[in-house]
Design a protein around this ligand. Structure first.
Ligand code: DGL
Length: 276
């Protein structure tokens, strides 16, 4: 295979559900000509409250789905999967793999001047301490304060991005972090960029918010350039969306997460030759 045909192969992105579309959005912003195959495991979402063992099993199956589409690289958009199953995906796929934890951690380390970083995410991500380890590996003098914010996921999906209830919940979750005088906060979940405004307001805009999806898109750009895998075509990219279940609200919610219309969303089965 010539390098140009390799480069025109799609980037595979997977997530526990719809949230990873925020990462695709950032990816398309920085790499507007890359073809993308997205898989969201909407039948089994959420992954955040599930055990690491189960998430690792799901991650292996999600990877196999993307490998059916001849992807040139895989982005694990889900923070929970990146936190507990990066090695599973790396062992399974012989293409470059990028999780969201390290790019998010690197961006946070660059941003902090007081060396006090907050991290918010699902229960699974926070329990794993993956961000804390990554940050402290980069700079052991940094202190990290984490907080699981599970209610942010349904609030973002409900579109309650500037609702009074969301503000109250955000205050409740983030208050302990404000006491720690953090100057940087990692939005360590696919859904949280949608709540950026309310989180910023609650923190009185004194804290720099790091979108790990955005940091990952930039890291992927660098990776593709370094490996000669960047698509040099200037044509409109082909975006394909696959899910394990198509809930009624998927198109509407998806559009909000992606920032543009999704077009066709196809259901795919974990069994080869299963669902259409
Ligand atoms: N995609 C998940 C994450 O970024 C959030 C939703 C879930 O719990 O599955 O951790």
């Amino acid at each position: 295979m010539t390098p140009s045909t390799t480069a025109s192969r799609p980037i595979g992105v997977f997530d526990s559900g719809i949230g990873g579309l925020t990462v695709v959005r950032a990816l398309l912003h920085h790499l507007p000509h890359e073809n993308v195959v997205y898989f969201g495991d909407t039948a089994r979402v959420p992954y955040g409250p599930k055990s690491a063992q189960v998430v690792r099993e799901y991650a292996a199956q999600d990877t196999d789905i993307l490998l059916r589409y001849n992807v040139k690289a895989i982005i694990i958009a889900c923070n929970t999967v990146s936190a507990v199953a990066l090695d599973v995906v790396q062992k399974r796929a012989k293409v470059p793999i990028m999780g969201v934890i390290l790019p998010g951690a690197e961006a946070a380390v660059k941003s902090t001047s007081r060396k006090r970083i907050g991290v918010i995410g699902t229960q699974g991500t926070i329990k794993s301490d993956a961000y804390t380890h990554a940050i402290r590996q980069l700079d052991p003098s940094i202190r990290v304060f984490s907080k699981a914010c599970p209610l942010f996921v349904p609030l973002a999906e409900e579109g309650w991005t500037s609702h009074k209830a969301t503000e109250l919940i955000a205050k409740e979750y983030l208050f302990p972090l404000t006491l720690e005088k953090i100057d940087t906060l990692v939005l360590g979940c696919t859904h949280y960029p949608l709540l950026r405004d309310v989180i910023g307001d609650v923190l009185h805009h004194h804290v720099t918010l790091i979108d790990s999806g955005e940091a990952t898109a930039l890291a992927v750009k660098k990776l593709l350039e370094e490996t000669g895998l960047r698509n040099t075509s200037t044509q409109k990219p082909r975006l394909q969306f696959f899910v394990s279940d198509v809930p009624d609200k998927f198109m509407e919610i998806g559009e909000r997460f992606l920032g543009q219309k999704l077009g066709r969303v196809q259901r795919v089965s974990f069994e080869i030759g299963g669902a259409p």
